[in-house]
Ligand binder design. Structure first.
Ligand code: HEM
Length: 370
């Protein structure tokens, strides 16, 4: 036990459950809801076109359309609840219904709010369909053609995963599917004016979306430009106490990591020495510019995990100044290291959530008394 003051229990590798479970659910339900919404739109158009065959009667399309729509709405409900419950960002229940009521990425979050409001309107009028005229019901139902792009742009603008190739591939596939459905629907529309406007939108929107993705989420610094409050960026503005000043051009020593989220991987290898294990955690903070994180822990196998004895931490690097130093405390999922770097000595605090070979968590780089 050289140097780590810890609670004595083995670090469960892999089994630590952290507070970011809500965040995972928000991200997962958002993506799946968008896919289900896409399927619902397609089935709606297939139903309107009265397309059917002997093996696929219209009743199947209609009931699938309804059930998929209800499932999508339920998932959006979970998405909203986990967003509100997650203490990371200041997003209250009001922000689920009223656009621009949260300081967190206001425009991009509000597009989700608008999509949610439109979805609720479509859902409620569909449940009350028997009491409404067909015209009124249809007028509201057509709002899905505004709901869907609002949801897509919301996800692209505020999603953590929206830059990942496989998420972009899903978005692209969904966009192609909805464009196809909208094109088919427009070919059924009687009015040439509606058809003309719709076809123009169909030509312009994918180009605008591609330009937005390239210039927005795919560019470094998107989190800041999207309107994330600085305190949440994991990079609070420089303070005089950091000896850095506040104007542009302040070096990396000038910034502090505060509850910066990171993701990475965990590997457990044998050694050094007999009956010893090395747990290596490598990752990056999720906000740009990403800081590299490397945590190396040593210990002995114990139960299903590893009882840790010592370790080191390194933050930054790859051509940029880094902070590094020994782990000084470990309690459950919380790890503290005493690191030194360009800004002098700091305390690095981690919260780790390990699941399988993946790790997520937060890191703060604090001056002594914080
Ligand atoms: C029809 C309604 C909605 C749909 C289809 C939808 C879909 C999505 C999608 C696809 C993502 C991206 C997930 C990722 O790539 O990580 C996302 C992210 C997000 N959504 Fe929604 N959303 C909707 C409404 C809302 C509402 C009303 C709120 C909050 C009040 C909300 C809060 C969020 C937040 C906070 C994120 C970012 C999660 C993260 O940090 O990655 N969404 N949403």
């Amino acid at each position: 036990m050289s140097g780590i003051a810890h609670a004595g229990q083995p670090l469960a590798v892999p089994a630590v459950v952290g507070p970011s479970m809500l965040w995972y659910i928000t991200r997962a339900t958002g993506i799946v809801a968008l896919v289900l919404l896409t399927g619902t739109v397609m089935l709606g158009v297939i139903g309107t076109a009265r397309a059917a065959s002997q093996r696929w009667p219209r009743i199947v399309t209609a009931s699938l359309h309804q059930n998929l729509g209800l499932t999508a709405a339920a998932l959006v409900g979970v998405h909203v609840v986990t967003t509100v419950l997650d203490p990371f960002a200041p997003i209250g229940l009001v922000s689920a219904f009223i656009p621009f009521s949260s300081p967190y990425r206001p425009l991009w979050l509000s597009l989700g709010t608008v999509a949610f409001d439109l979805l609720l309107a479509v859902l409620v009028t569909s449940l009350l369909r028997d009491r409404l005229s067909h015209r009124a019901w249809q007028a509201v139902h057509l709002l899905v053609y505004a709901c869907w792009p609002a949801a897509l742009w919301h996800g692209l603008g505020t999603g953590t995963d929206s830059r990942l190739p496989w998420v972009l591939a899903i978005d692209l596939a969904c966009m192609a599917a909805v464009a196809w459905a909208a094109w088919w629907r427009l070919s059924l529309a009687a009015s040439p004016a509606v058809r003309g406007t719709g076809l123009t939108a169909l030509a312009v929107l994918p180009v605008l979306t591609a330009a937005f993705v390239i210039e927005g989420p795919l560019r470094p610094g998107w989190a800041l430009r999207a309107g994330t409050p600085p305190a949440l960026l994991g990079r609070a503005p420089a303070t005089a106490a950091d000896g850095s000043g506040t104007s542009g051009g302040a070096g990396r020593a000038a910034v502090r990591l505060v509850n910066a989220r990171f993701t990475g991987t965990v590997t457990v290898t044998a050694g050094p020495g007999e009956h010893r294990r090395t747990v290596t955690i490598t990752g990056r903070t999720v906000v740009a510019p990403a800081e590299r994180i490397a945590i190396v822990l040593h210990g002995a196998p114990s139960g299903g995990g590893v009882s840790l004895t010592d370790g080191t931490v390194r933050i930054g690097g790859a051509g940029a100044p880094a902070w590094s130093g020994p782990v000084v405390a470990l309690a459950g999922a919380d790890l503290v290291a005493s690191v030194s770097g360009p800004g002098g000595r700091r305390q690095a605090r981690f919260t780790l959530a390990i699941s399988g070979r993946s790790v997520t968590g937060t890191v703060s780089l604090l001056t002594g008394g914080e």
